[in-house]
Every structure is written in structure tokens, then in C-alpha cells.
Design a protein around this ligand. Structure first.
Ligand code: 1AE
Length: 405
């Protein structure tokens, strides 16, 4: 039987190294450990465990740092079919060994059979919300640490009345005595019902799933039993496998939004870490995130546009057997950025804002409405400035934050 392999692509920086030799050293070192010293009989037995160098592309020019893109195939037989085992194999010790960056991974068919991906994905989330034809809008609770349940409900209601499709907890709101998860869900979902009587609109509330790793599944089920219809999860603090466990659990039958907290410790360097598209794109989708948040190129925490588009590509790629995940470019988003977001992401995007909703001069409900107006204008091909002539909330937002083109 043919062996199957997962393939890692690295960018390795070195002023003078023999990259072919380095690549061979990685392929052998991260699999069988040594090769030339093995007796011939042992070599035959170990062959199926040996990593293989697929390509070495050296890039050198007078103006750039010398580097090589290297592809190495790792036999599936060497690791268990989970993301931690794969990552430790391909970039465990290696991540600490000089200027080397993991830029991509491709998974064998055999490995992929162990991952069903997002349970809902873009189509499933749209179906839950009954919104098929426009970008979605999410707002974020802000500054609610120290709030009690009635205060939290008031902030939720104001957001919901603005016509948002999703509301997410702030990622720094953990389970706490003032607003424990079940009661938080209960009062927020009752506020969602109240708002729906006025707006006619359903919404998803992504409650922050926190606490000890061993209790996450149980916490999620308690939240769902209390009425939670979505979850927020700080994936990188817990690890991809924790997300995979949650998304693969048939009783956790609500969409999961992946927060990128800690990602800045992993992706931004040119020389180290893991590329944003792999970390926040491919691996999030593989582990089952229905929505993935990441810094945008336009707001307060900035990621270069090419990296954003590479994340989008990884979340939306149709060559996967897994459902697609919603891209959620975030941080410092205000209505004046909506035309740029829709230009770069199209319709399958969630526009997401905290300060851009709560900071609206007429309040959070008006903040939500200003975003919806910006989305309506842009999808109708009307400039925000023109639409603002007949839409006061948008006009106020533009006065405060401006329009970026
Ligand atoms: C990249 C994550 C953004 C996020 O979680 C967050 O809370 C953004 O808030 P604003 O929109 O910047 O206020």
C-alpha cells in the first residue's frame, strides 16, 4: 500500500547555508533521526517512516535576505491523527531552531478523514439567521467586566435593537460570580427575544466559553441547555485540539466563533512562527470554527492585506471537503470602513465591531443601524456619503469616523 503524507512548507533564512542539506537534515531529523548510519536491513524497515524533501527553492538577491522555500512530506504513520501531533512533528523543536517559519501545511486524505470541519459553516450560519444575501453584522460587548446581569442585559438589548445578526461576548469576559454563563445566556436570550419583537430579526449570541480545559465540553452543554445559540472560544489559549473536541461533539450543536487572542505571539514575524493564513485560516477551519476573527488591514490592529486575503482564501477554499468558515476581519472597525471590507471580502463576510457600535454619538442601537445602513448602501452600489443624506445614523458615524476608500 502507498504511504500517505502531510506536507509542510517552510521558509528558511540563512546567509550562506546549503539549503538542500538543511532540508535533508530536517526531513531525516524530524522523522527517523538518522539515516546514513543505519544498517541496510534497518533502512528497509524504516523507509516508511522517513520524511522526504519534495522541493527546495532558493531565493537570493542583493537586496533581500537569502532564503529558501522548502517542502517536506511527513509520513502519516509517524503521528496520531490530531493537530497537536502534526504540529509537534513538523514544527515542534524546529520552531526554535534558527530563522525558520512554517508557511503552509497540506493534509493527506487519510488525515483529513479524522476532521469533519465546521458543523455549520457559512451556509449553516446563514440558515440559522435566515439571511442569505448580504454580509452579516456582529457587535461586541464592551467594558462589561464588573457589570451585573441587569446591566449586561441593557447593553445586549441596545446592540440587538440596532439590527445586528450576532452579538459576541468580549473575549476577556470569563465566567464570574456577577454574570455566570448560564444566567448570562438566559438574560441575553430574553433580551434577544424582546428586540426581535421590534426588529423582526433573529440573532446569535456567542457566549464566551471559558474555564478549565477538562470542563469545556460540560460548560458548553450547560450554556446550550440554558439557551445559548453560539459559542465564542479563545482557541489559541487552549489549543486547536480543544476546538476540535468541541466542534466534533454532536451535543454541541451551535456555531463556534474562534477568537484570535494570542495570535500576535505566533504569526507576525517574517522569520519565525506560523503564517497567519495557516494559523487563522487552514487550521481554524480544520478544527471546526464556523466563524474566525482576525485583525483586518483597515482598523486599529492591523494585518497586511495580502495576509488577510490569504486567510480568507483558506477559510473559503472550495477544494476542501469541509464546510467554509465565515471570515470576520475585526478590531477598530467603523461604518466608514464597510466599503473596503466588502470590496476585499465580498458578501461572505461578517462585519464586526465593538467600539464602532458603542461609540456612536446616538448610542449603541444607532451604532448598529449605522453599520446596517453602510452595508445596504455598499451592496446597492451607493456611496456612504450619498446614503447618509437620508440616513441619520450613518451620517453621524461618518461625521465622527469618516469614510476610507
Ligand atoms: C481581532 C479581535 C477583535 C476583538 O475581539 C475586539 O474586541 C474588537 O473590538 P473593537 O471593535 O476594536 O472595539
Amino acid at each position: 500500500m502507498m504511504s500517505s503524507y502531510c506536507v509542510a512548507t517552510y521558509r528558511l533564512f540563512d546567509d550562506k547555508a546549503d539549503f538542500h542539506k538543511k532540508a535533508q537534515g530536517i526531513a531525516v531529523g524530524l522523522t527517523v533521526g538518522s539515516w546514513t548510519e543505519l544498517p541496510e536491513a534497518k533502512k528497509a524497515a524504516m523507509e516508511k517512516h522517513l520524511g522526504k524533501v519534495l522541493s527546495v527553492e532558493v531565493v537570493e538577491s542583493a537586496s533581500e535576505v537569502r532564503y529558501a522555500n522548502i517542502q517536506i512530506a511527513y509520513p502519516d504513520v509517524n503521528f496520531s491523527a490530531d493537530i497537536p501531533a502534526l504540529l509537534v512533528t513538523v514544527f515542534g523543536k524546529l520552531s526554535m531552531d534558527g530563522r525558520i517559519r512554517l508557511i503552509d501545511l497540506s493534509f493527506s486524505d487519510g488525515f483529513l478523514t479524522h476532521f469533519s470541519g465546521p458543523k455549520f459553516g457559512i451556509q449553516g450560519v446563514r440558515k440559522l439567521l435566515n439571511v442569505t444575501d448580504r454580509p452579516l453584522l456582529m457587535s461586541i460587548f464592551k467594558s462589561v467586566i464588573g457589570y451585573d446581569l441587569p446591566e449586561l442585559r441593557e447593553q445586549f438589548l441596545a446592540q440587538a435593537l440596532g439590527g445586528v445578526d450576532l452579538i459576541k461576548d468580549d473575549e476577556i469576559l470569563f465566567d464570574n460570580p456577577l454574570t455566570p454563563i448560564e444566567q448570562r445566556v438566559h438574560i441575553c436570550m430574553s433580551a434577544a427575544e424582546e428586540a426581535k419583537r421590534e426588529t423582526g430579526q433573529s440573532l446569535l449570541y456567542a457566549v464566551n466559553l471559558t474555564g478549565k480545559t477538562s470542563q469545556l465540553g460540560q460548560q458548553a452543554k450547560l450554556a446550550i441547555a440554558a439557551g445559548a445559540n453560539a459559542l465564542l472560544f479563545n482557541v489559541l489559549a487552549y489549543g486547536f485540539d480543544a476546538l476540535h473536541e468541541l466542534s466534533a461533539d454532536p451535543e454541541i450543536n451551535v456555531p463556534i466563533a474562534a477568537h484570535p487572542a494570542l495570535a500576535g505571539a505566533i504569526y507576525p514575524s517574517s522569520y519565525h512562527g506560523i503564517s497567519a493564513s495557516l494559523l487563522l485560516g487552514k487550521l481554524m477551519r480544520l478544527a471546526g470554527a464556523d466563524l474566525v476573527l482576525f485583525p483586518s488591514p483597515y482598523g486599529s490592529v492591523v494585518m497586511p492585506i495580502e495576509e488577510n486575503l490569504a486567510i480568507k482564501e483558506a477559510l473559503l477554499a472550495s477544494d476542501s471537503r469541509q464546510a467554509t468558515s465565515f471570515p470576520v476581519p475585526s478590531a477598530g472597525i467603523h461604518p466608514g470602513l464597510v466599503p473596503l471590507i466588502l470590496r476585499d471580502f465580498g458578501n461572505d463576510v461578517v462585519v464586526n465591531a465593538g467600539g464602532g457600535v458603542h461609540g456612536h454619538p446616538m448610542g449603541a442601537a444607532a451604532g448598529g443601524r449605522a453599520f446596517r445602513q453602510a452595508i445596504d448602501a455598499t451592496t446597492s452600489g451607493i456611496s456612504l456619503e450619498e446614503y447618509a443624506n437620508t440616513h441619520q445614523e450613518l451620517a453621524e458615524a461618518i461625521r465622527l469616523w469618516g469614510v476610507r476608500t
